[in-house]
Design a protein around this ligand. Structure first.
Ligand SMILES: Nc1nc2c(ncn2[C@@H]2O[C@H](COP(=O)(O)OP(=O)(O)O)[C@@H](O)[C@H]2O)c(=O)[nH]1
Ligand SMILES: Nc1ncnc2c1ncn2[C@@H]1O[C@H](COP(=O)(O)OP(=O)(O)O)[C@@H](O)[C@H]1O
Length: 215
């Protein structure tokens, strides 16, 4: 009779707060969407923002699009894990059920800037994994923003102006991936997530398993 072999990926484990940051246009939304489509163990933290929706963005899916008064109310009611001013708008991570989900092994994907990353790390260091995505060049970044065609010329110019200042926070991240070929970048981000899921201190199910082995 074959023994029932316990695989490490079926043992109970603690969830991960998996953060992707990058300068605007470097590809973090693209990589996020690829990850969400390919991996059913991770779900997106849908942020609230006062930025108007871009073509194709759906309220409640890509963002919770709110006005300033609603955003102020969410701050007053302490609804946010973190929030920040980014590019003349405000963005924030609703607390939701993130903390309870982590205990149940639910991984959460965050597409947030360096300010939000810093705040989450200060609050939940052991659960946070920080990945920074870089463009292969400034010229490629500009081209991608233009080709994405979701922002006006002025907005693109202001985001390019901010790119260097955003890139300057690269060394506050655990991992850095250059997004030259998008499939290669995606494969590397998936490898990072797979390895972090295997980290011993997240494998809560290992303790009884090893106790059993040791008899
Ligand atoms: N701190 C923080 N930053 C966020 C949040 N949601 C999005 N951002 C960041 O805000 C910046 C602008 O996002 P967006 O307007 O979607 O533009 P994009 O960077 O061109 O995709 C990006 O750096 C996002 O990572 C959030 O909830 N909190
Ligand atoms: N490796 C890549 N090569 C070429 N274009 C890319 C690559 N990665 C993303 N893009 C494109 O660049 C634009 C910006 O990507 P996006 O994911 O919106 O960036 P961000 O979320 O970081 O602002 C999009 O049109 C996207 O399809």
């Amino acid at each position: 009779m074959t023994e029932s072999v316990q695989h490490i990926d079926t043992l109970a484990r603690r969830g991960i707060m998996f953060i992707l940051s990058s300068p605007s246009g470097a590809g973090k939304t693209t990589i996020s969407r690829m990850l969400l489509a390919a991996d059913d163990q991770i779900k997106l933290s849908v942020s609230a923002t006062t930025r108007p929706p871009r073509p194709g963005e759906e309220d409640g899916v890509h963002y919770h699009f709110v006005d300033d008064a609603a955003f102020d109310r969410m701050i007053e009611e302490d609804d946010f894990y973190e929030w920040a001013h980014v590019f003349n708008y405000r963005y924030g991570t609703p607390k939701g059920h993130i903390r309870s989900g982590l205990k149940d092994g639910q991984d959460v994907l965050f597409d947030i800037d360096w300010q939000g990353t810093q705040q989450l790390f200060q609050k939940d260091q052991q659960d946070v994994v920080r990945v920074f995505i870089l463009p292969p060049s400034i010229a490629a970044l500009q081209r991608r923003l233009e080709n994405r065609a979701t922002d006006s010329g002025d907005v693109i110019e202001s985001r390019m102006d901010r790119a260097r200042s955003e890139i300057s926070h690269w060394d506050a991240y655990d991992y850095v991936v250059i997004n030259d070929d998008v499939d290669e970048c995606f494969a590397k981000v998936r490898d990072i997530l797979a390895a972090e899921r295997m980290k011993r201190q997240r494998q809560t199910g290992l303790i009884p398993f090893v106790r059993e082995l040791m008899g």
